[in-house]
Design a protein around this ligand. Structure first.
Ligand SMILES: C[S@@+](CC[C@H](N)C(=O)[O-])C[C@H]1O[C@@H](n2cnc3c(N)ncnc32)[C@H](O)[C@@H]1O
Length: 243
């Protein structure tokens, strides 16, 4: 059974206040480096699940022509209010109103953890691949498999409901400190994401788990030892068959 992970009708305003502070900073800090190392020369970017536009504005600040799409009208309203000149479009899950090979990069942050079925993640990845240019790159950011095990600067998983051996498709409860929103995410393990990507005809170029550094000027907690975040860099080519 799928549960409603977030109530964006009520929470879109709070999410719109969320920028890239604390633990959230770590999720985005290394994206410019990953783009430089893996995506090469890019101009057009799709931000899949742009929400209130935080990630789209981030991509625009990096100099890209970014278009945001999302299933939530409430979140899109927030995105448009914060970026009047931006391009934000409403979509049904996994259906993109773009021609084949339109984008150099498809980016997606904190979206797949709201999807209740791995088959749906695979379907979305296939659709992302369709609109991606032939040698393009997909970068998606999500929670790491070990996220519930750490003590983080601005995220808390300290709820009795999470006190169990997590299995793929379980929900976990969490609190984002600062915006004080409590919600649920779906737990997917690395092999779930990698399997879905491979079945969608994509190959894993890198799985990056950013760690906190003294240069960040943030008083990190467990972020220096383990990462709450996993960043998957995928290439638009099928995985090489093993001999
Ligand atoms: C936690 S927000 C993240 C927003 C933004 N990417 C960011 O990092 O600030 C997740 C967003 O994903 C959207 N979303 C959830 N499931 C989706 C799906 N299947 N297809 C497209 N968007 C989806 C939600 O509506 C929400 O706006």
């Amino acid at each position: 059974m799928s549960v409603k992970t977030h109530d964006y009708e009520k929470q879109a305003g709070a999410f719109a206040e969320l920028e890239m502070q604390g633990t959230q900073y770590l999720a985005f800090r290394d994206i410019p480096m990953l783009i430089r190392d893996h995506a090469g020369s890019i101009a057009s970017v799709l931000d899949y699940g742009c929400g209130a536009g935080r990630s789209t504005r981030f991509l625009k600040r990096l100099g890209f022509n970014a278009v945001g799409v999302d299933v939530s009208q409430d979140m899109l309203e927030q995105a448009r209010a914060k970026d009047g000149s931006g391009a934000y479009q409403h979509i049904p899950s996994g259906l993109l109103p773009f021609e084949d090979s339109t984008f150099d990069l498809v980016f997606s942050s904190f979206v797949f953890l709201e999807v209740s079925r791995i088959e749906e993640i695979e379907r979305i990845l296939k659709e992302m691949k369709r609109v991606l240019r032939k040698d393009g790159t997909i970068i998606f950011v999500t929670s790491s498999t070990e996220a519930t095990e750490g003590n983080w600067v601005s995220l808390s998983y300290a709820f009795p409901e999470n006190d169990k051996q997590l299995r793929s498709g379980d929900t976990v409860k969490l609190l984002i400190q600062g915006v004080d929103v409590v919600f649920h995410d779906y737990f997917w393990a690395e092999e779930d994401y990698i399997g879905a990507a491979e079945r969608a005809g994509l190959s894993l170029a890198k799985l990056h788990k950013p760690l906190g550094s003294p240069d960040d000027s943030i008083e990190w907690r467990d972020e220096t030892k383990m990462s709450p975040t996993a960043i998957y860099v995928l290439r638009n080519s099928p995985p090489t068959p093993q001999p």
